[in-house]
Design a protein around this ligand. Sequence first.
Ligand code: ZN
Length: 165
Amino acid sequence: MESFDAQNVPSPVFFADAMLGRLARWLRILGYDTAYDKIISDESLISRVLTEQRWLLTRDSYLVQRKVLRGRHTLIASDHLQEQLRQLRSELLLDLDLSEKTASRCASCNNILKPIAHKEAALTVPAYVASLHPRFVQCPNCGRIYWPGTHWTHMLARLQELRAS
Ligand SMILES: [Zn+2]
């Protein structure tokens, strides 16, 4: 198993391979800078991992045999999101705290989300959402607006479960 010195890397930056789209989205929501490209050649992927100094997360056991990736990847064992997060938590000591303090990133494009005024969000989100949630954040790149919704709450509970185990 490759070693990862989590103590010296307070905020790891990741590159998730094409099979890990769902994990990439959740790492972003958790605040981790996670590059993801659904269609990318092995060569381009390796080149980005090296030049951007990212930690590769992959399901590809052939890819990780490449010498240049030695000591800079985690071979993800499971197809299931919760197991994948569990693996990262135990091997990389990832903090899976999805509190409101976390500087979250856009699940879709990895940019850091910025708070926006409630009345501004209310112009875009459904009325019932605006009436239920006092705070909203927006991606400055794609314009997507986020709020702690049902899926979020469900995931939060699962992450808490996972942290307690
Ligand atoms: Zn975005």
